[in-house]
Design a protein around this ligand. Structure first.
Ligand code: OAD
Length: 308
């Protein structure tokens, strides 16, 4: 399919109108315009000398629980402050237009749901469902109004913590650099180390409810996603680098099963060479226009009027 100046190709419009089963497969790029950093963006603040992929591992949590828990709490606070963008609303609106829609996301935020998506398959877990690292008991998180500021910290708190750390020294080995902390913590909005809470059942540290590198995907979520990809007529791959497996297999499975695969991404990915249609641009720009072109609803996805 050809895509000229971001016009939506007529073959895509036809395919979407005729599709019985559609899969929307999303990654961090869908939430980028809600202010949530993707995994390919450089980390900032306290986290700027860390590699996201090194922090998202069981080993990092074992060795440096306060750094990893602090990072996830900082990301969770970002999500609590964020709002769905036009891409989330357009994707949720697809529910009303296609007979069967399965939304499969690698994202650990809840912005699809907050845009009105009723059923979302989370392949990589959720920031909002921490659990005990030993017994697996769910841990209730406090998402009250004070949470964001308490997680991110105030300038004074961050500064005081930095001085305390500098005095006490740090045993965080490779991750530790008190000079970098002093510099980073001078901005109140840039995160801090937080020890994970203890499980109320067994006392072991609570861990984020996400899938880390080296861990298996939740089997129900994966089998639902795989089944949907293999049965669909049309799959959108939106805002994902298509690099992290097994999730990145989904568009390939859909292609192998004969589905039309459409990619939405401002940058090139390994899927470019295989997708039937590559719409190069921001999801929040393109997805509302896809909906409008296919279903003739000009303001589809732009108003956010389907939010709960
Ligand atoms: P990545 O951070 O790897 O890729 C984000 C993609 O979004 C890139 O291809 C960007 O070009 C694209 N992008 C950026 N802004 C966009 C926009 N406004 N509209 C559309 N696309 C945009 O994120 P994922 O592919 O989701 O796993 O990463 C997959 C997994 O790798 C994550 O779930 C995480 C990660 O490391 C784990 O933590 C296990």
């Amino acid at each position: 399919m050809k895509n000229t100046h971001h016009d939506i190709p007529s073959a895509l419009i036809e395919a979407l109108r005729n599709a019985q089963r559609v899969v929307v497969f999303t990654g961090a790029g869908v939430s980028a315009e809600s202010g949530i950093a993707t995994f390919r963006d450089a980390l900032t603040g306290l986290w700027s000398r860390f590699d996201a992929q090194a922090l998202a591992t069981p080993q990092a949590f074992r060795e440096h629980p306060d750094i990893v828990w602090g990072w996830y709490e900082w990301r969770r606070a970002q999500v609590l402050r964020a709002a769905p963008n036009a891409a989330h609303y357009a994707i949720a609106a697809l529910q009303r237009h296609v007979p069967a829609l399965t939304i499969v996301t690698q994202n650990v935020d809840d912005l699809h749901e907050r845009a009105g998506a009723t059923k979302v398959v989370h392949l990589h877990g959720s920031l909002h469902a921490p659990r005990c690292s030993a017994c697996g008991a769910p841990h209730v998180v406090d998402d009250g109004p004070a949470t964001v500021s308490s997680v991110i910290g105030t300038h004074a708190e961050a500064h005081a913590e930095t001085h305390a750390e500098t005095r006490a020294g740090s045993n965080a080995d490779t991750y530790a650099d008190t000079h970098a902390d002093t510099h980073a913590a001078s901005n109140a909005d840039e995160g801090r180390r937080i020890p994970p809470p203890a499980c109320t059942q067994c006392g072991a540290p609570v861990r984020p409810g996400v899938v880390w590198f080296g861990e298996s995907l939740p089997s129900d979520a994966w089998s639902t996603a795989l089944h949907a990809a293999q049965q669909c007529d049309l799959l959108f791959s939106i805002g994902t680098s298509a690099l992290v497996y097994p999730a990145a297999e989904l568009p390939q499975r859909a292609l192998a099963a004969g589905a039309t695969v459409v990619q939405v991404n401002p940058n090139a990915t390994p899927l470019d060479a295989h997708a039937h249609c590559n719409l190069h641009g921001a999801a929040a720009d393109i997805m509302p226009r896809v909906l409008a072109a296919a279903f003739d609803q000009r303001d589809e996805g732009l108003k956010g009027d389907h939010a709960p």
